[in-house]
Design a protein around this ligand. Structure first.
Ligand SMILES: [Zn+2]
Length: 291
């Protein structure tokens, strides 16, 4: 009888628990999609960021079509998404039509981005504004932040300047609006920089004294580590992340950067570079309060 009860409880819990627990409390599963696109899974939440695009400008990694199809069809592990975040509207982060079709197909998924991205997608896809009930538009001023809680996920958007790119002494990225995000999934605080370089971080810190938010996992643009250890130490001394994910490395430089990141592990072991789509790692985040 007792064995029967144990088996019964096992069957019931085994059947029910996947609905409530996607990964253990204190764990964050990170699945690389491509470039700066990731699926993040915590014990009860799933967030997609910069995941729907097809164009790497011939330089950057783009998701294979079968992965994009799985995201669009909400096939596991891309089912039950709580939030879709977009940092900026460059094509290596954002395909307007895919995003429009995704939000149309999944009317319960909130979309968080800034106003320039909304305008760009709307200009590319007539009727995008019909989905506005799904939008949360967070458009921080330069070096400031705005916060909101969307679908039980607290989100803080930072106005960190998009990296500059000079041609003929003209910064061709002058008008590109980048948002960095700090968001919380089951108590785990995640920072995603979007496309920024060290000057953006320095500008922010010059105007806001010091960084005060806790960061458990920081997703950072690779050139923030250009100089190697000195840049890593700057990040560690300013943002104090517990884990670092290095992103946006062009495939042509991936092996070179893998060596570089391996070297940085000697200073800070919790730094990770994903090399391929659908590579996944589960991080155990220390120091979270008990549930
Ligand atoms: Zn980019």
């Amino acid at each position: 009888m007792r064995a029967f009860t144990v088996i019964l409880i096992y069957l019931i819990v085994g059947t029910i628990s996947p609905i409530y627990s996607q990964t253990a409390h204190n764990n964050l599963q990170i699945t690389s999609i491509a470039n700066e696109g990731f699926l993040l899974t915590s014990s009860s939440k799933k967030v997609l960021i910069d995941a729907l695009f097809t164009n790497g400008y011939g330089l950057f990694a783009a998701p294979p079509k079968n992965i994009t199809d799985e995201i669009m069809d909400a096939k596991a592990p891309f089912d039950r998404i709580n939030l879709y975040l977009l940092t900026h509207y460059h094509f290596d982060h954002c395909d307007p039509l895919l995003i429009k079709n995704y939000l149309t197909k999944h009317r319960n998924i909130p979309f968080v981005t800034n106003k320039p991205a909304i305008v760009f997608i709307d200009g590319s896809c007539f009727g995008f504004m019909l989905l506005k009930k799904q939008f949360t538009v967070l458009t921080p001023e330069a070096n400031q932040s705005v916060s909101n809680t969307i679908n039980n996920v607290p989100v803080k958007a930072f106005g960190f300047k998009h990296l500059s790119f000079y041609i003929d002494s003209i910064n061709v990225e002058e008008n590109m609006f980048n948002s960095s995000y700090l968001f919380e999934m089951d108590g785990i605080k995640i920072f995603h920089s979007g496309d920024i370089k060290k000057d953006a971080l320095q500008d922010y810190l010059a105007k806001n004294n010091k960084w005060t938010d806790t960061i458990d996992v920081a997703f950072l643009y690779y050139e923030l580590f250009e100089s190697g250890v000195p840049d890593l130490e700057y990040i560690l001394n300013t943002l104090h992340p517990k884990h670092i994910i290095v992103m946006h490395v062009p495939p042509s430089l991936i092996n070179e950067w893998a060596v570089k990141i391996d070297k940085l592990k000697e200073t800070f072991p919790d730094i990770i570079l994903f090399k391929n789509p659908m590579e996944s790692q589960t991080l155990n985040i220390a120091g979270l309060p008990d549930k």
